[in-house]
Design a protein around this ligand. Sequence first.
Ligand code: XMP
Length: 324
Amino acid sequence: DWTAESFVETTVAELEQQLGTDHVIMALSGGVDSTVAAVLLHHAIGKRLHCFFVDHGLLRKGEYEQVLDSYKNMGLNIKGVNAKELFFSRLAGVSEPEQKRKIIGSSFIDVFDEASKEIQKELPEGAEAKWLGQGTIYPDIIESISVKGPSATIKSHHNVGGLPDYMKLKVVEPLKTLFKDEVRRVGKTLDVDSAILGRHPFPGPGLAIRVLGDITEEKVRILQEADDIYIRNLKESGWYDKVWQAGTIFLPVQSVGVMGDERTYEHVVALRAVGSLDGMTADWIHLPYDLLAKISNEIINHVKGINRVVYDISSKPPATIEWE
Ligand code: XMP
């Protein structure tokens, strides 16, 4: 029988065996998977695990600071890397979803390369980081196989594979046989912060694929404000934990509204909440009308630039969870 305790015990022992006295480099995302993978590695090799957390400017409101703090509290050897400008400048004027993913993937590799050079420089005399830690879980592998299959590309999930050869790092993926619920159970056994364990999945390209069309800092800021209101209300009403994933999408249209005696012509956001077991199929969630009304009012009254809120009632398939 699979238990989280025995998984931790065997995995830590295997990692100790596999890694010996080697150093491992790992980029963390703030999500459940990379965090739990890092904590397992930390148990096995301690400070020889060198982590960093990149701010690409496309995270949720306040998330970079919160997550970095909780990583530090967990005792991880972690550095924050501010790369906002690089990402925004490379994404400027780009609207095509796969192009955005490619730019983010390659910028991420550039940032990774830079950060890992810094880490290598700081290692003790003669030591070398030969390993790359990753939080890949079983469904990531399945989905990336199906993406590569003959039946046309769906989406290129940049967190699987795709590292340039020159990095020459061997990959260590302690969670690659697990499903999400098992990862959460492992995290609980390891005392990982419940705020991180209960966090909804969040795509690697972040809000870049939730701003439909071209990305500007202003659109991202508006989206972050609206999304913050949505997520806070889900938490306060107890719905956050009943939902697999929720998010706000900034639509590339403007619509007419009225404020006082004036016509407005402002942006529209869509709210999405889905139930799922593994992200492969998903049903939209029947949030109570009263809650939707409260969220919509709060967003329209507080977020300048938005005058309309809609709710996405599509399931996957044939829709996907994200809009891009
Ligand atoms: P879709 O939109 O394909 O999403 O139904 C399924 C799950 O995958 C996440 N997702 C991504 N994750 N990079 C990621 O790391 C991506 O490019 C990406 N696209 C979608 C999505 O948030 C959902 O959890």
